[in-house]
Design a protein around this ligand. Structure first.
Ligand code: 26Q
Length: 832
């Protein structure tokens, strides 16, 4: 080793060098100075922590260089505002992006440790519910990889999405104590903190210049403290940051109570302030009128905007008026949309800008991404709750609304019905603030998340707004990061790809097209199957450990993993399973391709029917898996606690991807893309991004079934009667009767009654209308599976044509078409 003392540049490299030797020495240092455990008492979790800290140090160098370069160049920065970031395990992804997996493996080996065992020690940060939160995480990975300066802003929930257990087939929620063993990735920044006001009232006053002004006199104050996590790009120096805000009590605020001798009241205040960031709301639809949820949203948005304004104030070459040229603020759904009113309050009340100028800045800065068309999932806040919580913001929203509705009246004179429909204040029933309207009016760019979804947005929930401002609307089809969802999750495929087409696919996913050249190569198809087979064996082992059920990796693996929702129609999948079960029972010698039906996903704790769907899946599985007449042909498992970590085992093991939502209901879906990249074929409806997946893969490589959006609408307009489908289809009737009669519930006819009654009498998501088409389509799947080579060709073509669904493509479009954020090539620091 060279002399550390004489040459500081070398000393720097010794701390953060990328060789196996430097990593080993760094781990030994961290064990001694950061962990403080005698070498003899070290377990894998200590090596996990030591390696994570060593990796963080290396990213930190890149982080400093990234900030410095973009400051020097005056580059524009994307701020991605999201109430959720479902990041998943960080160590593997960071090793991959830094290009030091082999070095880390070797360094650990020298210390007698195995990298895979060390990776398994990580507790994943589950700070999201599902698709929307995971999308935010994929976008951070792509922003850094594409060298675009970006900050993710969100909430540091102390408890993330609950851990799901199954007790007798019922979902039981356990708190997710993810910070228990500490979080080596974050750096607390106690000096980066802001006060957030809440409740109270507003006052009119005259400022020093005699101008009439308004101020907000809050009833409560909470402090937000920043925790920064570095976001390393793949194969580049760029390292961005995820800033999550954590709530703390404000000492001075509780002081009143302390001074009046009410010590206990003061302590109570402190405790209640810290509940703001205690727990993630586990529903992926708004939960009407939860005051704390509104506070969470305002809390993180207010901290983030104060931080951005603070950065602007520090810039020598810019004033707040330049905000739109230096920052793009993106609203990930309506959850952060209170930011529109908060930025106006800062600019008008605090910075004393004219309303019109402030409004022009606000609209030029914000963009809004919509993720749902379901009317019940559009966020609304009861007006009285909103006014009590954010009195000044409500006034500002009224002012925005008045000016906006004048614009509507000017363009559509005499159309008061339109004015009522477009108002930011809903007046049907109890008055409410319509957050999607606020987000839309406050943004210069509004987008949906798949081509079909963006079209439907323009002729349903945002139709009136599209007619007013057509130029503001665009589509940005979702994408997922191939670093995590191919390279990291599917090392077998990664190495096959590297050998056949080189490793450029990791950042240019279109290059997977090169696989089409090998499609007629028998040897290649065999290798392709070998990779899939090994992945299925790996998943089977996990399934056995988790559920006790043995799966045969030669069977067709048919997988549906996603949140449990009626519109996602896990129960349609179950109806087909029971149909196949009855066919076997009625014809024991039947010739049938054996299949494993695998489910996973969490239900919102208060979602009654979703929880019964889980119970139904496990009940059907318990009957089938132990019936020797049937379990030669099929098994059914529900994998508990679907999360990012076990997703790594699941997507690569699928032969068939279930994407079976009612047409028009799934905004995009992103699991569909993860399956496709890993060579699964899709059975799906023409919904969300399935439409584009089918377009890319080719109709002949996609199993399509079900009603189209237009047919769904027509059927519902005609008055849909599910009972007529039962009357017309004896097989369907037999299936429903079997479930209702208690066959899967030890004779209990009550447990599934709510589900069966719902399907028979209401069926809001047209499960029965699509049943026959789905079962037929599944029969086509079974037939196709019998031709091994034809299936392999389709599998290869699906992966080969999945390039469009890289989040790199999506992020490039956001940067070029909405944010105006350019690549910044980060120079390494002088000192190492
Ligand atoms: C809102 C208010 C109060 C409480 C909870 C919520 C809330 C939380 C999470 C509302 C919605 C969500 C999450 C929605 C979501 O994940 N949507 C999915 O977004 C994906 C990424 O665009 C799409 O692929 C999916 O189609 C869409 O369902």
């Amino acid at each position: 080793m060279t002399d550390l003392v004489a040459n500081p540049a070398t000393a720097e490299r010794a701390r953060t060098g990328l060789s196996a030797d430097a990593l080993r020495r760094a781990m030994i240092d961290h064990v001694r100075y950061s962990i403080g455990r005698p070498a003899a008492a070290l377990r894998p979790e200590h090596y996990y922590r030591a390696l994570a800290l060593a990796v963080r140090d290396r990213m930190q160098d890149n982080r400093v260089a990234s900030t410095q370069t973009s400051l020097d160049l005056g580059s524009k920065v994307t701020c991605y505002l999201s109430a959720e970031f479902l990041m998943g395990p960080q160590l593997g992804a960071n090793l991959l992006n830094l290009g030091i997996e082999q070095a880390a493996r070797a360094a650990l080996a020298e210390l007698g440790q195995d990298l895979d065992e060390v990776l398994a020690c990580e507790e994943e940060p589950g700070l999201g519910n599902g698709g929307l939160g995971r999308l935010a995480a994929c976008y951070l990975d792509s922003l850094a990889t594409l060298e675009r300066p970006a900050i993710g802003y969100g909430i540091r929930y102390e408890f993330g999405i609950f851990d799901q257990e199954l007790h007798d087939g019922w979902q039981v929620e356990k708190t997710d104590n993810w910070l228990d063993a500490g979080n080596p990735w974050e750096i607390a920044k106690p000096d980066v903190s802001y006060l957030v006001n809440w409740e109270g009232h507003t006052e009119h006053y005259h400022d020093d210049a005699g101008m009439a002004r308004i101020r907000w006199v809050p009833g409560r104050v909470v402090k937000g403290v920043a925790y920064d996590t570095p976001i390393q790009g793949y194969g580049v120096k760029t390292c961005n940051v995820l800033t999550l805000w954590s709530a703390r009590a404000v000492q001075e605020f509780a002081l009143d109570a302390f001074n009046t001798g009410d010590y206990y009241k003061a302590v109570e205040e402190e405790v209640s302030a810290e509940t703001v960031t205690k727990v993630l709301y586990p529903n992926d639809e708004p939960d009407a009128g939860k005051r704390l949820r509104l506070l969470q949203q305002f809390f993180f948005v207010s901290c983030s905007l104060q931080h951005v304004v603070h950065i602007m104030d520090d810039l020598a070459d810019a004033s707040l008026r330049d905000l739109p040229t230096r920052f793009a603020l993106q609203l990930n759904d309506t959850h952060p949309s209170i930011g529109v009113a908060e930025l106006m309050r800062i600019l008008v009340d605090e910075r004393r800008l004219e309303w019109n100028e402030a409004w022009a800045i606000t609209v030029a800065t914000f963009g809004y991404t919509n993720h749902t068309l379901l009317p019940e999932a559009l966020e609304k806040w009861p007006l009285d709750l909103f006014g009590e919580s954010l009195p000044r913001h409500l006034e500002i929203i009224y002012e925005i609304n008045n000016r906006f509705l004048d614009e509507v009246r000017a363009k559509f004179p005499g159309d008061e019905d339109r004015v009522r429909r477009m108002s930011l204040i809903g007046e049907d029933g109890a008055k409410s603030v319509r957050m999607a309207h606020l987000a839309t009016v406050g943004s210069h760019a509004i987008n949906g998340v798949a081509a079909l979804h963006s079209e439907l947005l323009k002729d349903s929930v945002l139709k009136d707004f599209y007619e007013l401002w057509p130029e503001r609307f665009s589509n940005k089809t979702n994408g997922v990061t191939p670093r995590r969802f191919v390279a990291l999750s599917n090392p077998g495929l990664r190495h096959l790809l590297d050998r056949r087409i080189g490793d450029g696919w990791l950042t240019h996913l279109d290059r997977l097209r090169g696989l089409e050249d090998f499609i007629e190569d028998d040897g290649f198809r065999q290798e392709w199957r070998d990779v899939k087979r090994a992945n299925k064996a790996r998943l089977a082992e996990f399934v056995r450990a988790e559920t006790g059920v043995d799966l045969d990796p030669t069977w067709l693996f048919d997988i549906q993993v996603k949140r449990i929702h009626e519109y996602k129609r896990q129960h349609l999948n179950v109806l087909n399973i029971v149909t196949q079960y009855l066919r076997i029972k009625n014809n024991p010698g039947i010739d049938m391709a054996p299949r494993a039906f695998i489910f996973g996903g969490k239900a919102a704790p208060g979602y009654f029917l979703a929880k019964r769907i889980i119970k139904l899946i496990t009940a059907v599985g318990d009957m089938i898996n132990f019936d020797p007449e049937v379990n030669r042909y099929m098994k059914v498992v529900f994998l508990p606690n679907f999360n990012v970590q076990n997703a790594h085992l699941i997507y690569p093991a699928a032969n068939l991807s279930e994407q079976i939502s009612t047409a028009g209901k799934e905004a995009s879906g992103t699991g569909n893309m993860k399956f496709m990249m890993n060579g699964a074929l899709t059975i799906g409806t023409l919904d969300g991004a399935n439409v584009e997946i089918r377009e890319e893969a080719g109709a002949e490589n996609f199993f399509l079934f079900g009603l189209t959006v237009d047919e769904v609408e027509a059927l519902q307009a005609d008055g849909y009667r599910p009972s007529s489908y039962i009357a017309a289809n004896p097989e369907l009737r037999a299936v429903l009767d079997l479930i209702a009669g208690g066959h899967f519930s030890h004779g209990d006819t009550e447990v599934f009654r709510p589900l069966i009654d719902n399907l028979t009498h209401h069926d809001p998501f047209l499960v029965l209308a699509d049943y026959a088409s789905y079962v037929q389509c599944q029969d086509r799947v079974s037939a196709a599976w019998q031709d091994r080579d034809a299936w392999s060709r389709m599998s290869i073509l699906n992966a080969a044509r999945s390039g469009k669904f890289s989040s790199d493509r999506a992020i490039e479009q956001y940067c070029d078409e909405i944010w105006g954020v350019r690549p910044v090539h980060v120079q390494p620091l002088d000192n190492g």
